[in-house]
Design a protein around this ligand. Structure first.
Ligand SMILES: [Zn+2]
Length: 360
């Protein structure tokens, strides 16, 4: 079997294959059941597979499905690593914790967001304080959230975003579009006004699984940004931080900081990496996203717009539902063997280097 054989065509298949691979690898497995069901009526859950000593001082965590539909990529990687024996020779005093489908609803329903239309990777901030504003998003609201998906409306949307980029720069355009917003629950890139289920669940998992460790690394698998099959390790702290410097020592110049514009990703508020530092204060925490490129960014943007439009217009009951689900899946998951091999190879290398870094 090659790495590509471990990728799945649905959430329920991904879940079953992950749990089978975890069992075969001798992992301790448990699940956090989600209150809602999948499109096939099946249970949804965030599943955890842990290998290594219960009191390990060093932990490598690998996450998938923070952005729902990106779980096709992350889950395939997790299952491939388990199946090919990545956990067989862990260094002493080290445990591996795989967190499968952090946003299981989005994964099962082919959405990047969760059951509340929330982008989980914008939700990890202090909701008792005023939420960040995104003036570019407000200015471009109608372009980012088109009223319909006709070629005329979509062309108008593209033209307005292009004009904004010409006037303010490509980075400002990307920030407007992707840095989240907290005022339009039915809009693209909504960050939520309270901690959502996956936020609360992940924090509980971190405390349970990593609370006793001293050195913790976490790589969250993402897809959709960058050249096809290539991986960037995204650090949400500035280049001057000790975290960024440690990440560079471990992973070299694949590490890019979102602060200051070196990364494929904008500097976004409420990123998932924040909660590791918050829940594990006083410990050495090295948390980042591992982002794999899929298709050109224009195609990703249109898929996100279509997905959001669909869910403001009947969701699964809309006659266009199946076509738009496929469109969003294709934007975040390249269903071709060479891509699956490439992303698994990138993740295998990065995870191996994380184990070395933790042990050094
Ligand atoms: Zn993502």
């Amino acid at each position: 079997m090659s790495a590509a054989d471990h990728f799945s065509a649905s959430y329920s298949e991904a879940c079953r294959r992950f749990l089978d691979a975890a069992g075969a690898a001798g992992a301790a497995v448990h699940s956090h059941e989600h209150p809602l069901k999948g499109p096939d009526g099946g249970m949804l859950a965030t599943d955890i597979a842990r290998i290594g000593p219960a009191n390990a001082r060093r932990i490598l965590g690998i996450g998938s499905g923070t952005h729902g539909v990106e779980g096709y990529c992350g889950s395939g990687i997790q299952t491939a690593l388990l199946s090919e024996g990545f956990a067989r020779d862990l260094p002493p005093d080290t445990a591996l914790v795989l967190i499968h489908a952090i946003n299981p609803y989005g994964f099962a329903w082919d959405r990047r967001v969760n059951e509340d239309n929330v982008d989980l990777n914008r939700n990890f901030l202090d909701h008792t304080r005023p939420h960040p504003k995104n003036p570019g998003y407000e200015e471009l609201f109608d372009a980012i959230n088109p009223r319909d998906l006709t070629p005329e409306t979509m062309a108008e949307s593209r033209a307005r975003m292009k004009a904004y980029a010409a006037e303010h720069g490509a980075a400002a355009m990307q920030h407007a579009l992707t840095a989240g917003q907290y005022d339009h629950p039915g809009g693209v890139q909504y960050g939520g006004r309270e901690p959502v289920w996956s936020n609360r669940t992940l924090r509980a998992i971190i405390r349970e699984e990593m609370g006793k460790a001293e050195r913790i690394a976490f790589l969250d698998m993402h897809s959709g940004l960058g050249p096809r099959g290539e991986g960037e390790i995204i650090c949400t702290e500035p280049e001057s931080s000790s975290t960024f410097k440690r990440m560079r020592r471990w992973w070299g110049d694949r590490v890019r900081s979102t602060v200051g514009g070196g990364s494929l990703s904008s500097d976004v508020p409420g990123s998932i990496t924040v909660c590791f530092a918050e829940e594990l204060t006083g410990r050495e925490v090295t948390a980042g996203g591992l982002e794999f490129g899929t298709v050109p960014i224009g195609q990703v943007t249109v898929a996100l717009q279509a997905d959001n439009w669909l869910h403001q217009n009947g969701g699964a009951k809309n006659p266009q539902a199946a076509a738009i689900s496929k469109q969003i899946r294709d934007a975040f998951y390249v269903d071709e063997r060479d891509w699956k091999e490439a992303v698994t190879a990138g993740a295998r290398t990065a995870c191996g280097e994380a184990l070395q870094g933790l042990g050094a």
